[in-house]
Design a protein around this ligand. Structure first.
Ligand code: G1P
Length: 267
C-alpha cells in the first residue's frame, strides 16, 4: 500500500519571474484555491495518508496555507459570515514540512525525504504539473500500476518532438496498452530523445531509490537529477512507465496556466 507522498516545492520558479520573487508557483490561484491545494487533494483521493512537502526559505506561505486560521474563523463567526468557514476546511491528511537549504536540484530535494519515507513505497507529485481530475486521478492510476507490479512506476505522457528536451524521457517496451517496461531514461535529451514519452510529474518509488540518489552527482543544469538516480537504479531494479492520458497543464508555462484557468472558470 502506498500511504506516503512527497511534494517537492522548493524551486525558485525561474520560468515565472518576477511574480515568483514573492509568490511561490505552488500558490498560483486556480478558481480561488492555490495549485498545491489541488495536488494535496489528488494525493488524498489516491489514498495517501501522510505528506511531506519540501519547501525553501521563501515558501513559508505554503506552510501558512495548510495551517488553521483561528483568528479568521473567530472573525467570520462574529461577523455573521460563518457560512464561509467550510471554505477554510483543510484536506484530511497529515502534512509535514522540511526545508531544502541549498537549491541543488529535484534529486537532492527527494533525498531529504529518506527519513520520512523509511522502508515503504512512496509517491512523488511535482506540483507544477496539474492534472484535470474529472475522469481519473493521475496519482491513483500510477499507484494502481504499482499495486499490480510492486516496482517503481513513472507516470509518462506523449509530448511533441520539439518539447522532449524539456523533460525526462524514457525508453521502453510496451507490455500492455499504456504500460511500458523501462530500459533507459534520460533527463532533458538535447539530441535524439529515446521515445516521445516524457516523465510528467507523478511517480511511485520503492525505497531503494535513496541509495542511488545518495550517489548521484550533479547532472544537466549542474543539479542532482532524480532521473539520473532512476537510470542508475535500472541496472539493479526493474521499473515501469504508466501512460497518463488525462489533460495535464504545466503551471510554469503562461499559456497552459491561462488555458487551465479558462477551463476551471467555465466548469
Ligand atoms: C522535472 C524532471 C523531469 C520531468 C519534469 C516534468 O524537470 O526533472 O524529468 O520531466 O520535471 O515537469 P523540471 O521541469 O523541474 O526541470
Amino acid at each position: 500500500m502506498v500511504k506516503k507522498a512527497v511534494i517537492p516545492a522548493a524551486g525558485y520558479g525561474t520560468r515565472n519571474l518576477p511574480i515568483t520573487k514573492v509568490l511561490p508557483k505552488e500558490m498560483f490561484p486556480i478558481a480561488g484555491r492555490p495549485a498545491i491545494d489541488y495536488i494535496v487533494r489528488e494525493a488524498v483521493e489516491a489514498g495517501i495518508e501522510e505528506i511531506l512537502i519540501i519547501i525553501s526559505r521563501s515558501k513559508n506561505m505554503i506552510m501558512d496555507y495548510f495551517d488553521c486560521s483561528l483568528e479568521l474563523e473567530m472573525f467570520l463567526n462574529q461577523a455573521q459570515k460563518s457560512h464561509l468557514i467550510p471554505l477554510l476546511e483543510l484536506p484530511n491528511v497529515h502534512i509535514q514540512f522540511i526545508r531544502q537549504v541549498y537549491a541543488k536540484g529535484l534529486g537532492d530535494a527527494i533525498r531529504l525525504a529518506e527519513r520520512f519515507v523509511g522502508d515503504e513505497p512512496f509517491a512523488v507529485l511535482l506540483p507544477d504539473q496539474f492534472f484535470i481530475n474529472e475522469t481519473a486521478n493521475a496519482l491513483q492510476k500510477t499507484i494502481a500500476a504499482y499495486n499490480q507490479y510492486k516496482e517503481t512506476i513513472i507516470g509518462v505522457k506523449a509530448v511533441k518532438q520539439e518539447d522532449l528536451k524539456l523533460y525526462g524521457v524514457i525508453k521502453g517496451t510496451e507490455l500492455t496498452e499504456g504500460l511500458y517496461h523501462i530500459t533507459d531514461i534520460i533527463e532533458k535529451p538535447q539530441t535524439a530523445p529515446p521515445s516521445n514519452l516524457a516523465v510528467i510529474g507523478r511517480y511511485v518509488f520503492t525505497p531503494e531509490i535513496f541509495s542511488f540518489l545518495n550517489e548521484t552527482l550533479p547532472g544537466i543544469g549542474n543539479e542532482i537529477q532524480l532521473t539520473d538516480a532512476i537510470k542508475k537504479m535500472l541496472t539493479n531494479y526493474a521499473a515501469k512507465a504508466q501512460v497518463l492520458e488525462m489533460d495535464c497543464f504545466d503551471l510554469g508555462k503562461d499559456e497552459e496556466y491561462m488555458t487551465l484557468l479558462n477551463y476551471m472558470f467555465k466548469k
